[in-house]
Design a protein around this ligand. Sequence first.
Ligand SMILES: Nc1ncnc2c1ncn2[C@@H]1O[C@H](COP(=O)(O)OP(=O)(O)OP(=O)(O)O)[C@@H](O)[C@H]1O
Ligand SMILES: [Mg+2]
Length: 205
Amino acid sequence: MIMLDKSLLVGQGLHRDVYQHPENPGLCLKVRVDRDRVNRGDQEEQREQAYYRLLAKRGVPWEGIPKFHGNVETNLGSAAVFDLIRDADGEVSKTLEYYFGQITITEAHQAELIFELNQLKSYLLRHNIITMSLKPKNIVFQRLEDDQWRCVIIDNIGNSDWLPLMTYVPLFGRIKIRRKWQDFERRLKRMYPMNDAVLRMLKFI
Ligand SMILES: Nc1ncnc2c1ncn2[C@@H]1O[C@H](COP(=O)(O)OP(=O)(O)OP(=O)(O)O)[C@@H](O)[C@H]1O
Ligand SMILES: [Mg+2]
């Protein structure tokens, strides 16, 4: 059994605590937590993992989403294991919430944000990867070597619709992906009305 403690914590969402793997700095462990009974429950986790398995079977490259490595037991309960996205300097990559949170930070990275968001969108379309709501807190902006960057979606992958047409018919998938992307743009407009750099960026993604 893997032993986790607070010193390994690298992120927290509404539903899960995210820990660095104690023996492998390239992996993270996601443990479900009951915060005021806001919990998506088992079903949501099953759905996410089934979708990851489907993508693995299709052989999609893991450049825009972290690879899933199955489940392990920990002292805090069962955990899902994923690649931990890190910058070239070893720091855990920060989410778009960080890069959009201050206009000076957005401006400093405007060109690469525009380029990489477009790359992410074409990656989703090319490989027919369906997402649920796209949110800035669920996308990390990874700094690679030599000032290369990349957007990686770390949460909310897959399809919750009961009719899985989008998952299996590429044309429907593309329609769904485009719609989710439009929702994402609208969400950014709502979330950052004071950040002109984000608003300007939206014209180019
Ligand atoms: N693979 C990863 N690489 C780097 N950071 C990550 C990774 N997975 C999660 N994180 C960090 O941990 C935070 C919480 O993780 P995650 O979004 O999976 O939890 P959640 O509870 O499902 O989120 P939500 O509140 O959106 O439901 C993220 O916002 C991000 O900062
Ligand atoms: Mg999240």
